[in-house]
Design a protein around this ligand. Structure first.
Ligand code: ADP
Ligand code: MG
Length: 412
């Protein structure tokens, strides 16, 4: 499957390699939508649900656009990038997620939020090239003269809908007014309707507007389950799933044609199972026969590859089992979408080998299945790995990128 890389989107080598060290190799869909536009200097509005990867969608181009303060001639307390976020938790999460890539560019990033001592935050904020703040605490810092917003090149409003829900509109208006008119503005929200739309229009100019909705088929009445399993135990585990619980027709997905044949043969030896394989090397007649037997109930378990399964629309498939984990979100949705058709209930089970944990967790996260992942001990990806000296040693590269090229200067 051809997918873009961060380098294709124009991300610097320093940032791309810091991401790689954290196991982040490929952009998520929202990052593909947003990163290039931001690097080209556009204002951007993005509507997308939780877990779709918004933090890096703004964080990556943010750290690639902001210059280290000394080089840019900013004074202490003058951040070049400002991220507003509604809560303390979110602000510190953002810093955790962006710290490594910021440092790879020689940038300092800090969070300020209420409910914690202000003095250490003032110290960190005065050093910060990128400041992540809750609105109330940022006003405190401004009132004390600890920071100023006149050098903010890039302003991000994260979870704009929640900021409005929490009554921050007047404070945010006041903060935005303190930033330069020719700043670049990015606004992220689970929804861009109603009042969010109004502030989006007020704060941005000629913004590129993107909406990302992950496929809905995967949710609904399907129960999703992930099962960690070793390669040696995997077939036994499958037999257990197939024999120990009540089920109707079951589709088992494998990656290769050979794998499908081999597995169908192994399963065929289990007396209580009736099994057929379905893949691209079977003749049309063989495939039709297998499908007819599956529909008629003479075969209760069909072992299939992704391609062969595309056209299958059999009623009453109660279980889809990913013996080999799907490679991408789209594959997961197509596979598990074979069950729970026409309002029926279904179960989607995904086997996860040790070396698939990260990829499957990323897929599940994008589909909003965090709860199901943690139930299997596959929680969201771990925090930024060891912070090695190779990262801290990263030099800011010289910059000659077309910056803000797409942005018209505001009328005076
Ligand atoms: P959102 O803000 O849209 O709710 P987050 O930015 O918090 O989503 O991202 C959700 C999870 O996905 C985080 O654990 C994050 O580290 C992970 N993630 C984001 N982008 C990628 C990527 N390109 N590859 C792998 N994991 C990613
Ligand atoms: Mg977020």
């Amino acid at each position: 499957m051809q997918q873009s890389t961060f380098a294709d989107l124009g991300v610097s080598k320093a940032v791309a390699s810091a991401l790689r060290e954290r196991g982040i190799e490929r952009p998520f869909a929202v990052q593909e939508l947003v990163v290039g536009d931001v690097l080209d200097g556009h204002d951007v509005l993005l509507e997308s649900p939780t877990g779709s990867g918004k933090t890096l969608a703004f964080g990556i181009p943010l750290v690639d656009s902001v210059e280290p303060g000394r080089r840019a001639g900013r004074r202490p307390g003058e951040p070049g990038g400002l991220v507003l976020a509604p809560t303390r938790e979110l602000a510190s999460q953002i810093v955790d997620e962006l710290d490594a890539i910021a440092r790879a560019r020689g940038l300092s990033i800090a969070a300020v939020y209420g409910g914690a001592g202000i003095n250490p935050q003032i110290k960190a904020a005065r050093r910060a090239d990128v400041l992540v703040a809750t609105p109330g605490r940022l006003v405190d810092l401004l009132d004390r003269g600890a920071v100023a917003l006149g050098e903010v090149d890039v302003l991000v409003l994260d979870e704009a809908d929640r900021m409005l829900d929490m009554g921050f509109r007047p404070v945010v208006d006041r903060l935005v007014a303190l930033t330069p008119d020719d700043r670049q503005t990015l606004l992220f929200s689970a929804t861009l309707a109603g009042e969010v739309d109004r502030i989006a229009r007020a704060y941005t100019q000629d913004a590129r507007r993107h909406a990302h909705r992950p496929p809905q088929e995967a949710s609904g009445s399907v129960e999703h389950r992930f099962v960690k399993v070793s390669r040696e135990r995997r077939t036994d585990q499958l037999v257990a799933e197939l024999t120990e619980q009540e089920r109707g027709r079951t589709l088992v997905f494998v990656r290769t044609k050979r794998g499908a044949d081999r597995l169908a043969k192994q399963l065929g030896r289990v007396p209580t199972l009736t099994v057929a394989a379905m893949h691209g090397d079977k003749s049309q007649a063989q495939r039709e026969r297998a499908l007819a037997a599956f529909e008629a109930g003479r075969v209760d378990t069909l072992v299939a590859t992704d391609v062969a399964a595309r056209g299958i629309d059999v009623r009453d498939v109660t279980h889809v089992i990913n013996f080999d984990a799907p490679a991408a979100v789209e594959d997961y949705v197509h596979r598990v979408g074979r069950t729970a058709r026409a309002g029926a209930d279904g179960v989607g089970i995904t086997f996860v080998l040790d070396d698939q944990v990260r990829d499957v967790a990323a897929i599940g996260t994008r589909l909003g299945l965090q709860r199901e992942l943690s139930a299997a001990g596959l929680g969201a990806s771990e925090p930024a790995g060891a912070r090695t000296s190779s990262q801290t040693g990263g030099r800011p590269r010289s910059r000659n990128r077309r910056r803000r090229s797409g942005r018209p200067r505001p009328a005076a």
